[in-house]
Each structure stands twice: as C-alpha cells, then as structure tokens.
Ligand binder design. Structure first.
Ligand code: HEC
Length: 717
C-alpha cells in the first residue's frame, strides 16, 4: 500500500532532489503539477490555522506549533509510550545534517510530515515515519553574518500556517515557503542591514500574522518585534521595545513613558531589548506575550549612566497581536546590567492559587527567580528563587521589584555573581505537565565575575558589552579557585511547583548547557543533555527510566507525534549555542563535539547509530613567543574579539576549532585567516577592520602560549 506521504516523497524526489534544493528552483516541473498528482488521496493537512492550533488536543498526533499549543506548555496528551514501557524505546531512524553547528529547533509535525530548521537557517521537510528528506531550502546566509551572532549560527524552528512554512534567517530575512515543495512564496527583509541584527528565534503565527523578533544586543542594536501578513508578507506592525533618540518622535505612547526610565545617550549604543526567542499567545484574551532581552551594552553604567529602570529591558510585555499596541508589562530586572534577559520560555496555564482559578503566565528568566504573573494584567502573583541568586535576596511582593545585594552592580569593582550571563535558565524550553502540576526547568548554576571594561569603546557591529571578560576568565584563576569554580558549575532539571512556589525534586546533571524539555501524558519527561545522553524520566518523581547515547551534546527540545497509531519521540541532536562557544573549560568538560542529527525513537525499535571516530587531537604548537607584553596584549584582544566563538582561554567547547591545537603549519596561515578572511564562508570573518597586523600577531602569541600551558599541564614539556 502506498501512503499519500510516500507518494508525495516519491514525486518530490524524482522531480526535485537532484536540484540542490527543490525550494530554490521550482523549474522545470511546477509545484502545482506535483501537488495535483499527489492529491489522490489527500496528502497531509498542511492548512494549519489558528482554529486548529487552539484545538490541538483534538489532533494529539500532530505538533502544530512551536510549543505544540499557543500556551507553549510542551506537554503532549500521547501516552502510548509511558512510564511502564519506556524501557522498550529504541532508535527508529536518524537523519544526518550536512552542517556541523548547533541545532536548537523544535520540529513541527503534521500528518507524518516533519518540518524543521537547522544551522544557518536551512529548512528541511522530512517523512516523519522514515526520516526520508522530502525537500530542503538553503537561504544561503552569508558566512560573514555569523560575526554578528553571539551564540552560534542556530535557528530554533519554523512555523506552519495554511500550507506555508515560515523561517527567520540569521541575516534578518523572513521567508515563506510552500510546505509541499519548499518553493519560495515570498521573502521580506525585517532588519536594517547596516546594523548587526540576527534572527535565531522561531516565528509564531497569530491571527494570520507572522510574528518575528531578532537578536544582537551584544553588538549594538535596538530591539523590536514585527508582524507580517502570512499571505503576502506585507508588514502589519512593529513594536520597539525601548525608546530611540528622544529628539525624534516616539513610535508609541508606551515608549514615551519608557523614555523617562532612561538616562544618557543610550540610543547611540543601540540600547538592546531584543525579542530573540520566547512568545506566547492567549486567544481568549487576544494577547501576545513577548519576552524582552538585555541591555546593549550589558553594563548599565555605560548604557544609562544615571541609572533608571530602562524599560522594557528584561520584561514580559503583553501586546495586542492585531495592532502591536502595548497592553501591560512586568519588568523582571529593572536597570538590567548582567545580561539578565526575560526572553526565556513563557508558559500559559490556569492554576488554582489561594482558592481562585488564575490565568497565569510563568517564566524562569536568566536572573534566577521563577515568576507567576496574572496574564490578564501583569500583576505579580509570586517570584521565588529557583537557583542560587547572589545578586538579589528576594523579590519584594509589594513593589514587585528585586531587592539587590550591595556591590552586585559591580560599580565599585568586579563582583562574583550567580547566575551568569548564560542564565540560571536560558532559551532551552521548559515544559509543564497538567498531570503533575510541575514545571520542568532545564536550570543551571554558573558563577561569573562582572567587572567594567575600563577601556570600553563602542565598536559598531562587534562585541560591545562593556564588561571585561578577563575578570571572569577561568584560565586566569589560580588552581584552587579553578577547582572551586568547577565545583560550583552545575546543571539540573528542576521540577518546580508554581503554586506551592518550591522545588519538588531535581535531576542533577554533571554540567550546565543541557537540552530543552518535553512532558507527556505517559507520566514522562524527556531531555537530552550536554554530556551526550538522551533520557526519559518519570514526570512525578524524576526517576530515570531509559537513556541512550546520542554521541553529541543535545540542547534542543524533543517533540512527540504519532503516525497510524504509533507514537514517536524525536529530537535534534547537535551540540552548540552560547555555552560551548564561550565557556571554555566548563564546556570542554562535557567532552562532546557537534554531530548534527535528528534522532527518532519508538517502542520496540532496535536501530543503532554508526560508530563515530573521535578525531585525534595532537598538541604540536610552534615555539613559545618570548614577549610577555605581546602575550598580555594578545590575551586582552583575544578576550574582547575572539572568546565569544573560540572560548574562554582559547579552550574549544566542541563546536568551533580549539585554537590551541593549531600546529606550526596552520599557524603559517594565521594572518590569512584572521585578517585575510580565508574562512569567511564558514563563519570566520576577516578582522582586518578592527585589528592591526601587530595586534593579530599578539593574539597569535597568546594562543601559542595557551598551547604550551596545556602541554605543561599534561606533563609534556
Ligand atoms: C563569530 C564567531 C567567530 C569569531 C568571533 C572568531 N572566530 Fe575564528 N573561527 C570561527 C569558525 C566558525 C572557525 C572555523 C571555520 C572553518 O570551518 O574553517 C574559525 C576558525 C579560526 C581559525 C582557524 C583554526 C583552524 O584550526 O583551522 C583561526 C586561526 C581563528 N578562527 C582565529 C580567530 C581569532 C584570532 C579571532 C578573534 C580575532 C576569531 N577567530 C574570532 C568563528 C569565529
């Protein structure tokens, strides 16, 4: 028997697969003719709309929207795979990506067809039952644009609406593709290309409008979120999250109000407040919630020297999704100065609190407090620390404001603070099970030393945070401090009761940087972690019931779906993101590298991954450079310009090259790579505009020094 999906696969493959990407070159066979032939019998119902997403529980075999439903709970009613039989789970199929960078997307699955994005904003449509590729679209993001991305060339997923698939690209485009063929319907540019904006977040489609934000607040931008007509790509509205130059007219009354909370000339640095990840939609209240990011630069003393709350940084803002008009806001971190974004996953739920059923919005932002807000008006219901928070003792329930610890703002000098810019919880989605009443937070404890960059100079388009990364550098610490820090660095699943406001249990992981969560009606939660294990736990107790080696760190969230009555669990496995790029030794401790795949499991399957070869790493550096000044200069320059991708202390975290392993031959090409842009297509731009040849050589001297330090530490001279 030929299933409709198989038929579509066969047609698509014969017509298109030999073109490099079916989506790009619809000729010579027109997409319509393919679709017509496939119409008998009807194919997957790709005409997803608001009514279907709202009624998602009536088609539990599908995963229609980023968080499955508009409330983004990431809970599936499927229960064929459950706590009693999950030990029979096995690998059914896997799909290898051609890229080797981080994978963060949540796939969309409809009637056996899977849509996902991968690294470099590429889009893939697969047969969800077999893993066969149906079509792919490469938006051809220029490799150089990667220099504007703080946290890898990732993408967190696509949206599906009325037969079209939407993706935001790293270089700021929003693209609509025909879901059946991958052909481009329309493309719009959502950014000013003279500014270092990037898109990594998944679009949401609400009331016929595609909503998309962007990132770039580490580089100097002003945040906003835009809505485009799903049909035509025409812009419907744009909401700026922070005020621009007050000499110009304000775009909204809300921004005029917000401008009173700023000081200095913030607009010259961009100011920040990017909406780079989370959104949620309440169809009854007709409210769209957006999570707003950190300040640009991070350091408030530079950004808004007189202080102030700096609205709407680090806030949850409720908007009218039809007009983009402001409705309410709640600011989690007033006067943000630690990169404490409120872009983390938001979940909508109706909870009984103090005897009354409340419509709440839940968030565990980077700052370490778990917030329960009334989503009708933004009123604070509760805020409790879910990890150690050394910057604030508590949130005052009267004022709704955090009570800060003296010195945490590092005005008088460097301060060791937990959580770090990585967050107590980052973008990795949490999940909520209405059965257990628990929120599952992929949380982490990472300390960080914040200290003002005394030599800060705004360099448009490059790393501009106003914090000197050397204060926090692990490799700069004496061994006993390093040992203490390693002890402090932790990752865990925290099962949090949002009503009782407390942790119920936790699963302790070896390290931070673990994957997003999925909860199911089978009394299960699933998560992949940074040390390369994909596992299932009991949702009520946290007992681990099943696991498998994924051969790579997992950061994305799993999904579940069913085809012909058979339930599947699927996850994008592919180590990447801010932690492995930036965190040096902390990330290297995970001992994994990027192997980019989709892994799909079902009961009774017995598939296995091909064995992978661990590349042999040989330390064979050129001789030390006998110039302490150059090494010291190089260390500072490295930390300002290179650390964000090559790691603290030039320690690679398994995604970008570990520069300490460059041998003498590779070092010959140093200036060609660093100043000449030899590898620009693969994301390593030329730094000729910001580094002189002498400065580049100084960085090289530092990198060689680090290789020798590693040789010494390993006992070889
Ligand atoms: C935006 C991220 C990013 C930044 C910032 C960055 N690099 Fe890179 N770099 C890369 C990537 C990705 C590669 C691997 C490219 C490839 O696949 O060949 C790379 C490769 C290199 C290589 C070649 C390594 C090898 O083993 O082949 C050198 C040398 C290098 N980078 C030096 C630097 C220096 C020095 C700086 C700072 C001035 C820097 N990079 C900043 C992303 C970055």
């Amino acid at each position: 028997m030929t299933s409709p999906l198989r038929l579509l696969t066969a047609l698509c493959c014969s017509a298109f697969v030999f073109l490099s990407a079916c989506g790009q070159e619809p000729e010579p066979v027109s997409p319509e003719s393919v679709v017509d032939e496939a119409e008998e019998p009807a194919g997957p119902r790709l005409d997803v709309d608001g009514a279907r997403i709202i009624a998602a529980d009536s088609e539990p075999g599908n995963w229609l929207s980023h968080g499955r439903t508009y409330d983004e709970q990431r809970y599936s009613p499927l229960e064929q795979i459950n706590a009693a039989n999950v030990n029979e789970l096995g690998l059914d199929w896997y799909y290898d990506f051609e890229t080797k960078r981080g994978l963060e997307a949540t796939p969309i699955v409809v009637d056996g067809m899977m849509f996902t994005s991968g690294a470099w904003s590429r889009v893939y449509a697969l047969d969800a039952g077999t893993g066969d590729l149906l079509w792919t679209h490469d938006p051809e993001v220029p490799g150089e644009w990667a220099v504007h991305a703080c946290c890898d060339v990732v993408n967190r997923g696509v949206a599906l609406w009325k037969g079209s698939v939407f993706v935001g690209t790293l270089d700021g485009r929003l693209i609509s593709l025909d879901a059946k063929t991958g052909a481009v319907n329309w493309t719009v540019l959502t950014i000013d290309k003279s500014k270092p904006y990037t898109i990594t977040g998944a679009p949401r489609v609400v009331n016929g409008k595609v909503i998309i934000g962007n990132g770039g607040a580490e580089y100097g931008v002003r945040g906003y979120v835009s809505a485009y007509d799903a049909e035509t790509g025409a812009i419907a509205w744009r909401f700026y999250t922070i005020p621009g130059d007050p000499a110009e007219p304000f775009e909204s009354e809300a921004l005029e109000m917000a401008a009173g909370t700023w000081n200095g000339e913030w607009w010259k640095f961009g100011g920040g407040g990017t909406v780079w990840d989370s959104m949620a939609f309440d169809s009854e209240l007709n409210l769209l919630y957006i999570g707003v990011g950190n300040g640009s630069p991070w350091n408030q003393q530079i950004r808004s020297p007189g202080g102030g709350d700096n609205l709407f940084l680090s806030s949850i803002v409720a908007l009218n999704p039809d007009s983009g008009k402001y409705v309410w806001h709640y600011q989690t971190t007033p006067g943000e100065t630690w990169d404490y974004t409120a872009t983390q996953h938001m979940i909508l739920a109706d909870l009984e609190i103090d005897g009354a059923l409340r419509k709440v919005i839940l968030q565990a932002p980077k700052n370490g407090f778990f917030y329960v807000l009334d989503r009708e008006n933004g009123e604070l219901i509760s805020a409790e620390p879910y990890v150690q928070t050394t910057w604030a003792t508590h949130v005052d329930p009267e004022t709704g404001r955090p009570v800060e610890v003296e010195g945490a703002r590092y005005k008088e000098g460097p301060a060791l603070v937990v959580p770090a810019p990585y967050g107590a919880h980052n973008w990795h989605p949490m999940a909520f099970s209405p059965d257990s009443g628990l929120i599952y937070i992929p949380a982490q404890d990472i300390p960080f030393v914040y200290g003002t960059d005394e030599n800060f100079e705004f360099t448009p388009g490059l790393w501009n945070v106003g914090v000197n990364p050397l204060y926090a550098s692990f490799s700069e610490q004496p061994p006993e401090v390093q040992a203490q820090l390693m002890e402090m660095v932790k990752g865990q699943i925290i099962a949090w009761d949002p009503v009782a406001r407390r942790e119920v249990w936790r699963v302790q992981h070896a390290l931070p940087g673990n994957g997003g969560m999925l909860a199911t009606a089978g009394n299960l939660i699933f998560q992949g972690n940074s040390t390369g294990t994909f596992a299932a736990y009991r949702a009520d107790t946290g007992d681990q019931l099943w696991s498998m080696s994924a051969q790579t760190g997992i950061v994305a969230s799993p999904v579940t779906y069913s085809i012909d009555g058979e339930q599947y669990i699927s996850v994008l496995a592919g180590w990447g993101g801010a932690f492995p790029l930036f965190a040096g030794d902390f990330a290297a401790a995970a001992g994994v590298r990027n192997v980019s795949r989709i892994l799909t499991f079902k009961l009774g399957a017995t598939g296995a991954l091909p064995s992978i070869e661990t590349p042999k790493m040989v330390l064979d550096p050129p001789p030390r450079v006998d110039d302490a000044d150059a090494i010291a200069r190089g260390k500072q320059l490295y930390s300002d310009r290179c650390m964000v991708c090559h790691g603290d202390g030039a320690v690679g975290g398994g995604v970008t090259p570990d520069l300490r392993y460059m041998d003498a031959e590779k070092h010959q090409m140093w200036q060609g790579i660093v100043l000449g842009g030899l590898h620009r297509e693969r994301g390593m731009v030329s730094f000729a505009g910001v580094l002189t040849p002498e400065e580049s050589t100084a960085i090289q001297a530092f990198v060689i020094e680090r290789s020798h330090q590693m040789l010494e530490a390993s006992g070889s001279p």
